[in-house]
Design a protein around this ligand. Structure first.
Ligand SMILES: *Cc1c(COP(=O)(O)O)cnc(C)c1O
Length: 430
């Protein structure tokens, strides 16, 4: 058994001054019924806990660390930025530069506003859509997470799912009343939902590849059909690419699937591991934001120079390394294929959804195409699997409804070690 003496001590100490010892619920490991870990440091594909145990990391800051933890070129850039003052209250040239990098990769985007988090980006996107259309209602999809903004916390993915909170307490009914949440991958249902709500419908917000209820793949034609119906009905289409932006490809999910949304939300990767978010899109909509237009949105740390500098470096590295997305995909496919094979060989029922450098393992005997399909996954089995992986020095997400992320730093050796650990665990369970 790995020693968790210091983590356990901090858990008790933390509970006196923090809520459940964490500042974001999934870090509590409550969903896997395991003692939580306190991180001490991370580098490359590894993360170390406070007791000195080292793990191959597949959380990777929920996908933000696509270049690996503490990637030197990004760290150096961030240090330079800090030395020049970490926050100004004035605009900087770097913000324009990061916006230009995003623009040259996303043909759907004319203008960008940086925020301090993905939550703010999604909140602002909805506000913009409402201002642009003069309408109120939002359609979202079950299991998609768009941050913890009131109107979007309806059937919203892992954090809520694993803790069994359907919409969350403390949210005024007035805020969720205008949100319609429907099943992903059901275009007929979507058509109906648009038809019924058309008169009041401002926008549709979607994770083009949902990654917050585990990974769910859009079925062929689903996103294109979605875009067409939105266009035909003059509904603003918002792609929440906080995870998928610069993750599935340089051009995100929209580039991969050839669909142009009206607005796109970013976060995670574009800050190079520092807090960030961005809402971006067509200029007719974006120019409604103050100071050009009348939609108010602001932030002391929006476009923070450290986040922006790190983001520029990270995106430049991704742009320069043309093979990175192909490499990541191949490594991910290799790992997934071993896991599938070992599960089969040991009579363990799994469905593994994967795309690019993300995957999730669902312990179930059927396909997973929507949130409803996740309801009967074997959570207890996942919890045991998670704990055993920790013992083997591999850290998967502490929830049966999250995605695993690879980074450029995950070498073949590290993936081989992961495969070996999975093999050992599955064989023990036979
Ligand atoms: C993480 C995430 C968000 C929220 O971003 P924060 O920076 O955590 O506020 C929004 N949408 C998606 C799809 C996410 O994965």
């Amino acid at each position: 058994m790995i020693a968790l003496k210091h983590s356990n001590r901090l858990l008790k100490r933390g509970a006196q001054s923090l809520i459940g010892s964490v500042n974001s619920p999934v870090r509590s490991f409550k969903a896997v019924n395991t003692d939580m870990l306190f991180a001490q440091k991370a580098y490359g594909p590894f993360i170390c806990d406070i007791d000195g145990n080292k793990y191959i990391d597949y959380i990777m800051s929920w996908g933000a660390a696509i270049l690996g933890h503490a990637f030197k070129p990004v760290v150096d850039e961030a240090i330079l930025a800090v030395k020049n003052g970490s926050s100004f209250g004035l605009a900087t040239e770097q913000e324009i530069q990061l916006a230009e990098i995003i623009k040259r990769n996303y043909s759907s985007i004319d203008k960008i506003r940086f925020t301090a988090s993905g939550t703010e980006a999604c909140m602002t996107a909805v506000r913009l859509a409402r201002a642009f259309t003069g309408k109120t209602k939002i359609i979202k999809f079950d299991g998609c997470y768009h941050g913890h903004f009131d109107s979007l916390l309806v059937k919203s993915g892992s954090g809520n799912l694993t803790l069994g909170i359907p919409s969350g307490e403390g949210i005024l009914p007035a805020y969720s009343r205008d949100t319609v949440s429907i099943s992903f991958n059901d275009i007929e249902l979507f058509k109906k939902a648009v038809e019924v709500n058309k008169k009041d419908l401002a926008c549709v917000i979607v994770e083009p590849v949902p990654c917050n209820t585990g990974v769910i793949l859009p079925q062929t034609g689903f996103l294109k059909a979605l875009a067409k119906i939105c266009k035909d009905n003059q509904v603003v289409l918002i792609f929440d690419e906080v995870v998928t932006g610069f993750r599935l490809s340089l051009k995100g999910a929209q580039g991969l699937f050839g669909v142009k949304p009206d607005l796109t939300c970013f976060g995670k990767i574009i800050g190079g591991g520092f807090p960030i978010g961005a809402v971006a899109g067509r200029k007719e909509i974006m120019d409604l934001l103050a100071p050009v237009g009348g939609v108010y949105q602001a932030g002391t740390f929006s476009g923070n120079p450290v986040s922006i500098s790190a983001g520029i470096k990270a995106l430049e590295c991704l742009e320069k390394n043309k093979k990175i997305y192909i490499d990541l995909e191949q490594k991910t496919a290799a790992l997934v294929s071993v896991i599938k094979h070992e599960a089969e060989a040991n009579g363990i029922k799994v469905t593994i959804n994967t795309i690019g450098s993300v995957f999730s393992i669902f312990f179930t005997d059927h396909e997973v195409r929507s949130y409803a399909d996740t309801l009967d996954v074997d959570k207890a089995f996942y919890a045991d699997f998670f704990a055993q992986l920790c013992q083997e020095g591999v850290l998967f997400p502490p929830s049966a409804f999250e995605a695993c992320f690879l980074s450029q730093a995950h070498s073949d050796a590290v993936i081989g070690q992961t495969a070996k650990a999975v093999k050992k665990i599955f064989r023990m369970r036979r």
